[in-house]
Design a protein around this ligand. Structure first.
Ligand SMILES: Nc1nc2c(c(=O)[nH]1)N[C@H]1C(S)=C(S)[C@@H](COP(=O)(O)OP(=O)(O)OC[C@H]3O[C@@H](n4cnc5c(=O)[nH]c(N)nc54)[C@H](O)[C@@H]3O)O[C@H]1N2
Ligand SMILES: Nc1nc2c(c(=O)[nH]1)N[C@H]1C(S)=C(S)[C@@H](COP(=O)(O)OP(=O)(O)OC[C@H]3O[C@@H](n4cnc5c(=O)[nH]c(N)nc54)[C@H](O)[C@@H]3O)O[C@H]1N2
Ligand SMILES: [Mo]
Length: 550
């Protein structure tokens, strides 16, 4: 993908978390910040105390919306429409940053033409957001000295996830809110080290540091270092692997620190696919639902039992230090991987007489030294610097470089930032007579994902021990559902039972279910339709019906 999207291709925040405190305007959309990123939320609330204007665009009445100047409640799956609508107002009222557009961007005329159709009145019919509120929002955002966009899974988990992200980038560039402190396009990544995993090449088409496997020079560099002659090509994404397992293209799978039997969309389908696999290995800290299907389970250790680094969502590399020795037979993940690799290497060299080098590390700091040698964005990172307490945010190209708190200063990585003309598309599955309600799924404060860890905590289980469905009073009344009654939720793919929480948190026509509960798995209901580019599933929209349990 070209343009700003490529610059943002790592999925990292363009700016730093602490900078949010100094922003004049913060637009939060698709992020339940106080529940899913409470420390980031604290920064946002401090900015509000200092006078910043907070705008929340979220279908649900989440806690952070109470601190907002405006809370726009769009119909789920309609983000491109309101983002284009904001840009329509900004251009019509001459509020765009003309100097920034002229000097640092290209494609403005195409963008202008694309958003011309999205008048606030038309956007209101698509999204349900009142036209006047959209106008006010556009004026506040465009009028701010420094405005930051903060988003999370409410923007990305759609068949139009890439379009949604491009629209956020368009909006920031249109108003010159990139490349300066306290501005930017800031996706809040989820797991403590999901940024680090992507940085290290845990993606289907890149070596560490987003270096393409398609580039002959880059491939040569890695072959020289590793001695491997493997002919790498772009592989499958996680979501594509499930279908490939189902139709026999994928015969063996090594799953590390992931529990797809609860976290993948349409898990009844996923289970059928995974059962086709000849050899399934799961490396986890607990016997997860996925580990139960495995031929071999390798016990890894938790964060408290190992040394290493985690890279946070704002590209900050941080040390984690072992607090206790590994329990039982469990070992750090890197040791397990190295042992396995060494055995495969011995085996390979017996066959080909050509052994890849490496895998002999005595400590993660040696792995970091290799990362620095081969990965330009991590080039200047070392345990010495981290242990000395330096807060390093990549790119850190050399040992004397201080790191990069915010990206795109003066220039984008490809030169000029490219606007992408995007038009609104409906989600893949919309409500109809048989399945009249829209389901959106996500998280709650007290549990983490598939609950392997949090549901083992007595304190957290005391807080929320059972699956529930947020449903509006209008829908509950129409269905004859009383407060806290157990109900059945049915989609084209499966059904579950959960307790009804009759609440104003969701608008009529929309229900929300957290996906943490194996006994009432939201992903039995969700739709495995994928974004064509990013291959992210549409976890945030599918069609369901809610029934009373007679
Ligand atoms: N307590 C806790 N914290 C977590 C996690 C956890 O499991 N538990 N998981 C971590 C991980 S990996 C991640 S990725 C993050 C996720 O963090 P978030 O993305 O903040 O969490 P979600 O609950 O998925 O939902 C995001 C918001 O999107 C809104 N939304 C729903 N549909 C739409 C839509 O169509 N458009 C828009 N714009 N918004 C919509 C929802 O109402 C919700 O407020 O949280 C991280 N933090
Ligand atoms: N319906 C719905 N589904 C979703 C989402 C949604 O919003 N709605 N969100 C999606 C998102 S953003 C995410 S990130 C995924 C999360 O989905 P998963 O990553 O599958 O969920 P986790 O529960 O975090 O699973 C991680 C596994 O790693 C194990 N583990 C933890 N630490 C370690 C370690 O150090 N080493 C090893 N080896 N194992 C470890 C845990 O025990 C657990 O089994 O869910 C996705 N699924
Ligand atoms: Mo996530």
């Amino acid at each position: 993908m070209a343009g700003l999207a490529a610059a943002f291709g790592s999925g990292a925040m363009t700016n730093s978390i602490p900078e949010l405190e100094e922003a004049d305007c913060i637009l939060v959309t698709g992020s339940n910040t106080t529940e899913a990123h409470p420390l980031v939320a604290t920064r946002i609330l401090r900015a509000v105390e200092k006078g910043a204007r907070l705008i929340v665009v979220d279908p649900r009445d989440i806690q952070i919306a109470r601190f907002a100047t405006l809370h726009l409640r769009q119909r789920p799956g309609s983000d491109v429409a309101w983002l284009n609508g904001m840009m329509n107002v900004i251009i019509n009222e001459g509020l765009e940053d003309k100097e920034f557009i002229a000097g640092r961007t290209e494609g403005f005329e195409e963008l202008k033409a694309a958003v011309a159709e999205y008048t606030p009145e038309r956007v209101e019919t698509i999204t349900g957001i009142p036209a006047d509120e959209l106008r006010q929002t556009a004026r506040i955002y465009a009028g701010a000295e420094s405005a930051a966009i903060v988003y999370a899974m409410g923007i990305t988990q759609h068949t139009t996830g890439v379009d949604n992200v491009l629209s956020c980038a368009n909006l920031a560039m249109l108003t010159g809110n990139v490349g300066r402190p306290s501005t930017g396009v800031n996706p809040l990544r989820g797991q403590n080290n999901v940024q680090g995993a992507c940085d290290m090449g845990a993606l289907p088409n890149v070596y560490p540091g987003y270096q393409s496997v398609a580039s002959p020079e880059i491939r040569q560099k890695f072959e020289r270092a590793w001695g491997s002659t493997s002919d790498l090509k772009a592989g499958l994404t996680v979501t594509e692997m499930i279908d490939a397992a189902g139709d026999g293209r994928l015969r063996a799978l090594y799953v590390m620190a992931e529990n797809p039997m609860l976290s993948d969309p349409d898990i009844n389908h996923a289970r059928e696919c995974l059962k086709q696999i000849d050899f399934l290995v799961v490396q986890d800290v607990f016997l997860s639902e996925t580990a139960e299907l495995a031929h071999v389970v390798l016990p890894g250790v938790s964060f408290a039992e190992k040394d290493g680094t985690f890279t946070a969502t704002d590209r900050r590399v941080q040390l984690v230090r072992k607090a206790i020795e590994p329990l039982g037979e469990a070992r750090p993940d890197w040791e397990i991987i190295c042992d396995l690799a060494k055995q495969l290497t011995d085996h390979a060299s017996r066959i080909t007489h050509h052994a890849p080098r490496g895998w002999d590390y005595s400590h993660p700091s040696e792995i970091m030294a290799e990362i620095a040698a081969l990965t330009p964005i991590y080039g200047g990172i070392s345990y010495e610097r981290l242990e000395a307490g330096e807060a390093l945010q990549w790119p850190v190209p050399s040992p004397d470089h201080p790191g990069t708190p915010y990206l795109h200063k003066g220039q984008f990585s490809r030169g000029k930032g490219r606007f992408h003309a995007v038009s609104f598309k409906e989600p893949a599955e919309l409500p109809d007579e048989e399945f009249p309600l829209m389901l959106t799924t996500g998280r709650i404060m007290f549990h983490f994902h598939t609950g392997t860890m949090t549901r083992r905590s007595e304190k957290l289980e005391q807080e929320v021990s059972e699956a529930y469905v947020e449903i509006s009073a209008q829908d509950a009344n129409a269905l004859g559902i009383g407060k806290s009654e157990r109900v059945r939720i049915v989609s084209r793919r499966g059904e579950i039972e959960a307790r009804a929480w009759v609440t104003r948190r969701v608008p009529p026509g929309v229900v929300f279910i957290p996906f943490h509960f194996a006994e009432a798995a939201a992903n039995a209901l969700t739709h495995a339709a994928l974004d064509p580019v990013a291959k992210i599933p549409e976890y945030k929209v599918c069609a369901i019906r809610v029934e009373r349990i007679a």
